[in-house]
Design a protein around this ligand. Structure first.
Ligand code: SF4
Ligand code: SF4
Length: 379
């Protein structure tokens, strides 16, 4: 691997996302895992993950997320958490809660896990079952949220908002309040992976988003009146904005993802780009971070075409998201079409108009299942 850029010119990663597995008992149609996740059946083993943790920490990473898929399907999760703790990471488990039980919560606590984030699909059993493809998951999540809280963990509940649950924002927040959440992320669906595939059936209307945001604001005021500390974060879908998000704080700037098979990525969606990404076997994480072609491809601003190249905002949003640019325009270097200055903004406006048209229709949702995933690659 040739040294394309001086190590001194690039800051080390602060965040490591360890995607331990793509296996998951649920089938959310907005899952951010790659469409062809089923092709990556091999997973790094415990020793290889420990090596990844050690290298990332030695480089300076301090925040560590264990995610997936469902990270709880890894029986060595507690071992990895213990090693991460020993190394001095702040550790966060990002889980559906399915597969958690009292014994595992205790084991994770003993291993030193700092923080647990549980996702909820809906406010009620029926919709949650339809979204997750599991009749039992919702009740299990609620039980585990209570158990996590009882174990003394700071708890974040995460709800992906889309057309089918966004009108329930009031009931969702009430449920999170009742469960004792310390923070709630009402995270509008980001249209990558399975969510992009199912966009016509998931994208809410602008009126739905505005109503949900107003409901959230009312809840903030009521919580403040009660003196209840439950932080409410409402993330508007970027399709409704005029500027793109500063994706990952910039390509290869602060965030490194290691995928279940050992591929090293600047973000968890990046493997859908038409690029080769290095594997942990190809060199040290340090070499990959500082010197690989993949991590240097969209660093800085020299790669930017117009209108980004001469735009005064290019250091704020870095031209937006490369994955979104690729998915929507076929060119990973294009200006993110979310930007109103993009010559392709009509791609977003058309999707928003279609969302209004199909709002009362029944755009079928494709569940995130291995059998569907297999149709996305040949071999
Ligand atoms: S979004 Fe749903 S299907 Fe995807 S990993 Fe999370 S729980 Fe599993
Ligand atoms: S033109 Fe590019 S740099 Fe300027 S605001 Fe839009 S996406 Fe950001």
């Amino acid at each position: 691997m040739s040294l394309a850029t001086s190590p001194q010119a690039i800051d080390p990663p602060l965040w490591l996302l360890a995607e331990l597995t793509y296996r998951c008992p649920l089938q959310c149609p907005y899952c951010s895992n790659p469409l062809d996740f089923a092709r990556y059946r091999e997973e790094l083993d415990t020793d290889a993950w420990i090596d990844v943790l050690r290298q990332a920490r030695a480089m300076g990473a301090v925040q560590l997320g264990f995610s997936g898929g469902e990270p709880l399907v890894r029986r060595d999760l507690e071992v990895l958490v213990a090693e991460a703790r020993r190394l001095g990471f702040y550790t966060n488990l990002i889980t559906s809660g399915v597969g958690l039980n009292g014994a595992r919560i205790e084991a994770l606590r003993e291993a030193g896990l700092d923080h647990i984030q549980i996702s909820l699909q809906a406010a009620d059993d029926e919709l949650a079952a339809a979204v997750a493809g599991s009749a039992k998951a919702h009740a299990a999540k609620l039980a585990m949220a209570r158990a996590v809280k009882a174990a003394g963990y700071p708890m974040v509940l995460n709800v992906v908002l889309h057309r089918h649950n966004i009108d329930d924002t009031d009931r969702l927040i009430a449920l999170c309040d009742e469960l004792g959440a310390d923070a709630v992320e009402l995270a509008s669906c980001q249209y990558y992976g399975w969510a992009k595939l199912n966009r016509a059936g998931l994208l809410p209307s602008r009126a739905q988003v505005e109503r949900a945001e107003a409901v959230t604001q009312r809840w903030r005021e009521r919580l403040a009146e009660r003196g209840r500390e439950m932080r409410l974060l409402f993330v508007v879908p970027d399709y409704f904005a005029q500027r793109p998000k500063a994706c990952m704080g910039g390509w290869g700037a602060i965030f490194m993802t290691v995928a279940p098979d050992g591929s090293v990525l600047p973000c968890h969606s990046a493997r859908e780009l038409p690029m080769a990404f290095p594997h942990v076997r190809d060199g040290s994480l340090e070499e990959i971070w500082y010197a690989s072609e993949a991590f240097n491809r969209f660093r800085g601003d020299a790669w930017m075409p117009e209108p980004c190249g001469s735009c005064s905002e290019r250091h704020q949003d870095h031209g937006g998201c490369r994955c979104q640019a690729m998915m929507l325009t076929g060119d990973p270097a294009a200006t993110d079409p979310v930007c109103s200055k993009s010559p392709r903004r009509e791609l977003i406006d058309r999707a928003l108009a279609e969302a209004v048209e199909t709002a009362n229709g029944s755009a079928a949702l494709v569940p995130r299942q291995a059998k569907h995933s297999r149709t996305f690659w040949r071999g």
